[in-house]
Structure formats: C-alpha cells, structure tokens
Design a protein around this ligand. Structure first.
Ligand code: GDP
Length: 328
C-alpha cells in the first residue's frame, strides 16, 4: 500500500476526539496542501511521460510548498533516477514515490523522541525564539503539559530585556501555580538562569523551563549570550541544558527556516516548537528545517490556550499536507 492510501485509511478510523486533532492539522495545512498536493495531482493529468517539463514543474511545486531548495533538488534527482527504472514510469507512480521519499527524508535524519527524558532531574529546557513567535505561550503550554503528567515544574524569566516579558510569564506562572524565578530589569540572563536552576534543585523540581531574550541579534552576540547561560547553569547541573527548543511561527515560511539556521549556528538546538499550525501555515518548512538543520519538530501549537499543544506527528502532518479533509 502506498503512503497516501495508508494515511487515508489510518485517519478515517479514529474516534471523534482524535479526528478533531486531525482536522486541526488538515485545516492548518490547507494552504500548503493547495500549493502542493493539488498541483501534484494536476501533473499526472498534464503529463503522460516522465520527461524534463514534468521534472521542472515538480521542482517548482516543491520549492513553492516551502520544502526548501536543497530538499526539492534532492527529491527531484531521486525521482529522475526512479523514472529510469522500468517498473516506475507513470506520473502517478512517480508522485507516489515522491511522497514516500519525503517521509523517508524526514526519518533518515535520525530517530525522534518528542517527549522529554526525565531519567535525570531536574531537566533544564532552554526556550529560544524571536519576539512574537509564541515563545511565552509555548512555555506555558509545556509547563501545563508536564504538570499534567505529574512533574514539578519551575519557570525562569530569563528575558530581562523586553519590558513585559517577565510580567507575561508571571501571569502564566500564577495561573499554572508553578514557581517562577525572576531577575531585575536588565540583569544578566545567565545569572537569572543560574538562580533558577539552583532554586529548582532546592525544590526538587523535575523540569526547569528557562525563557531567553527574543531579540533578533547578530550571531556573535547570540552565541555569547546563549553560551554564557549554558556555561553558568552547567556549573550546577553538568549536562544542562539537556534540551534547547527553538520556537518558530509556522506562518512565516522560509523566514522561519532562516531563524532556525541562525539559532542552531549559535548553539545546539534539540527541537523545534512550531506554533500557529492552526493558522494558515506554510507547512513545507517542517521538512525544510529537518533537511537543512537536522532538528526535528517536537511539539506543535494549535491555538492560544494552555491545552493547545500536541506532540508533532509526522503521519498526521503528511495527511494534512497531502490528503486533507475534502478527500475521501
Ligand atoms: P512571544 O513574543 O514569542 O513570547 O509570543 P507570545 O507567546 O506572546 O505569543 C504571541 C501571540 O501569538 C499571542 O497572541 C499568542 O496568543 C499567539 N499564539 C501563540 N501560539 C499560538 C498558536 O499555536 N496558535 C495561535 N493561533 N496563536 C498562538
């Protein structure tokens, strides 16, 4: 069975609650789907044979779906190779093959575990991202998630530069009833992070989520700031931060990929939180980020509420990108 047939079957069987989640993926990816799956389907009507105009158009469609130029070229190269195999000559078959290649391209970058590993606690999770992407909301959502799973969570307001960042986090901390460590305005974020980690040890917390400044800055400054935070907290917990999540707004397309490049050059990003997947997203960036930076999407934001966070699911995502709600 091809991947599309498999996805159609899998997500048709589910109960209502599960389907709601799939509807969110499908709706969030509707624009990307129109730019990708619908045009892909049109190709098999337009071309009877696998020849250069088909390959050129395929490449264009992939690039416009935001999968990124490098991945688009690689996928088309593989499709050209496949087209030389006698058994794969029809456009439909090649399109199906392309979908399988996209699936594999994501997985071959390494195994993926979305959830945090609590074997050694406290786990320190550094949260990065430029202002406005949904970083504060994502911190609250993650805190809520792990609280629900019985973990003791502490928040650290490490963005001492932005007026209002601490206040916003304080509102969430109060709502969630979790301890919050704050610094003074303009205080070195590394020293606030240090205080936070120390406090977490005193309180025997399982998880410390550290907010960091969301200013767009040059690479050297970013490296210096994040490097200092890491150095300082690793004095208290040797391998901390165990996780560094970068928050990216799914509606920003290739701009989000550029942010991911910049942050992962500045420090080791271990996961992406992709927000606003309920909005009109440019869904191909999931594949593009994975291809260019190797970092997996771990969680996705599907709304503004505390409960609107889900583990990323590649199959649901591909269903949204390729099949959608209209299809039977
Ligand atoms: P920050 O500047 O990165 O900390 O961003 P905020 O957390 O303050 O979020 C900016 C805006 O995006 C707020 O209006 C949030 O409610 C909204 N937002 C965050 N995540 C999501 C999401 O997953 N879906 C939607 N629709 N809105 C979100």
């Amino acid at each position: 069975m091809g991947l599309i047939a498999f996805l159609k079957k899998k997500f048709k069987k589910e109960d209502n609650k599960e389907n709601n989640l799939q509807v969110k993926y499908d709706e969030g990816l509707s624009k990307s789907r129109a730019a990708f799956a619908d045009r892909l389907a049109a190709l098999s009507k337009k071309y009877k044979k696998a020849e250069s105009p088909y390959f050129e158009e395929l490449e264009e469609i992939l690039i416009e779906a935001d999968v990124g130029v490098d991945l688009a070229l690689r996928l088309v190269e593989k499709i050209i190779e496949k087209s030389k195999e006698e058994s794969l000559s029809s456009i439909d078959e090649l399109n199906e093959e392309l979908i399988d290649l996209m699936f594999v391209s994501y997985l071959e970058k390494g195994s993926i575990t979305n959830d945090l590993d609590f074997k050694e606690t406290p786990v320190v999770l550094l949260m990065e991202g430029v202002n406005g992407v949904g970083k504060t909301t994502s911190i609250a959502k993650l805190a809520y998630r792990y609280q629900q799973l019985g973990k003791k969570v502490l928040l650290v307001a490490g963005d001492t530069f932005r007026a209002g960042a601490t206040e916003q986090l304080a509102i969430w901390a109060q709502r969630l009833n979790v301890p919050l460590v704050v610094g003074k305005p303009g205080q070195d974020p590394a020293s606030v992070a240090y205080d936070g980690v120390k406090k977490a040890k005193e309180l025997s917390c399982d998880l410390v989520i550290v907010d960091t400044a969301g200013r767009l800055q040059n690479k050297a400054n970013l490296m210096a700031e994040l490097g200092k935070i890491t150095r300082v907290i690793s004095k208290e917990i040797p391998n901390a931060p165990q996780e560094t999540f970068l928050v990216i707004d799914a509606t920003t397309g290739q701009n989000g990929v550029e942010q991911a490049k910049k942050f992962s050059e500045a420090n080791k990003v271990t996961g992406i939180v992709l927000t606003k997947m309920d909005g009109t997203s440019k869904g191909g960036i999931v594949l593009s980020i994975r291809e260019n930076i190797g970092v997996p999407v771990r969680f996705i934001g599907l709304g503004e509420k505390m409960t609107d966070l889900e583990e990323f699911d590649l199959e649901r995502y591909l269903h949204g990108l390729l099949v959608g709600t209209n299809d039977e």
